[in-house]
Design a protein around this ligand. Structure first.
Ligand SMILES: NC(=O)c1ccc[n+]([C@@H]2O[C@H](COP(=O)([O-])OP(=O)(O)OC[C@H]3O[C@@H](n4cnc5c(N)ncnc54)[C@H](OP(=O)(O)O)[C@@H]3O)[C@@H](O)[C@H]2O)c1
Length: 268
């Protein structure tokens, strides 16, 4: 496959660093976007052919920094691929979520990817292998107690991706939506990990998501990928028969409420 230049947000996170490793190993160049310069430098040094990869400091929590980030990327030459991977998740019942936590999740998980897609489309249009991958979640299709604002952000990202796929249908830019189920990273607090264990929810390793993203790079047609069984089945069932899924999830509610309280009590 042609060597691509990939702008990757959230590069130093669990899934981001696994993607960076996989892309570098496959011969692609990665522009590593993140907030921590030391972690970015350590990641770059650990990649195959470190000199081929670049670092850009980027905090996605404000629209203004995204505008200047796009301008900075434009000075770095071509970009073939944008991967919106940075994300935050704040577990808790909606009545326990502070205003700023809700706004922050929507900004980083939804508004920042929209602004980045818009800002980078002119650069992507110059590539014959242009591609956008938005990292969603199975919670972008299934509303789940304890994750209401996070679900809202990922439902929004899925809707944005679908609309963008249709808006760019007459252009050679593939727009993909990649939705993992729970993944073993520090995004999930100890309370979430314990809750998933008690409920029998599986957690994937980061390499599974990284392999799926690598595979999407060679897909010229826009597509949506859901990872993990039975989650990908429940995504479809929830779209067709939401009450069936709601009844099944109701049985989990006392457990979710207990862990949500425990999580917020521990972090307040
Ligand atoms: N882990 C899961 O169970 C799971 C399941 C489904 C989907 N996902 C999605 O997968 C993606 C990656 O998550 P992960 O599990 O790898 O989480 P992670 O290890 O916590 O990494 C998240 C990344 O996002 C970055 N980030 C957070 N806030 C930012 C901001 N304001 N500006 C710039 N970057 C910011 C973090 O940067 P810092 O290192 O600077 O904080 C970090 O690199 C997210 O979109 C997440 O929603 C995760």
């Amino acid at each position: 496959m042609t060597a691509l230049k990939i702008a990757l947000t959230g590069a130093t996170g669990g899934i981001g660093s696994a993607m960076a490793q996989g892309f570098a190993q496959a011969g692609h160049s990665v522009v590593l976007l993140g907030r921590n310069s030391e972690a970015l430098a350590a990641l770059r040094d650990s990649l195959n052919q470190p000199e081929r990869h670049q670092i850009v400091l980027a905090d996605l929590s404000s629209a203004a920094t995204i505008t200047s980030l796009a301008a900075e990327l434009a000075t770095m030459g071509n970009i073939d691929v944008l991967i919106n991977n940075a994300g935050v998740s704040d577990f808790g019942l909606v009545t326990d979520l502070p205003d700023d936590a809700i706004a922050h999740m929507l900004q980083v998980n939804l508004i920042a990817p929209i602004l980045l897609c818009r800002a980078l489309l002119p650069l992507l249009r110059a590539s014959t292998n242009a591609c956008i991958i938005n990292i969603g979640s199975s919670f972008g299709s299934i509303g789940y107690a304890g994750f209401s604002a996070y679900c809202a952000s990922k439902f929004g990202l899925r809707g944005f991706t679908e609309a963008l796929q249709r808006e760019l249908a007459d252009q050679p830019i593939a727009v993909h939506y990649l939705a993992p189920r729970a993944v073993r990273t520090t995004m999930n607090s100890p309370a979430v990990v314990a809750m998933n264990k008690e409920l029998g929810n599986s957690e994937d390793e980061v390499e599974i998501v990284a392999a799926a993203a690598l595979q999407l790079l060679s897909q010229r047609r826009s597509c949506n990928r859901y990872l993990g069984w039975p989650e990908k089945f429940f995504v479809r069932l929830n779209a067709l028969l939401p009450n069936v899924v709601a009844n099944a999830l109701k049985k989990q509610l006392p457990v979710i409420q207990r862990y949500a309280k425990q999580h917020r009590g521990a972090s307040l």
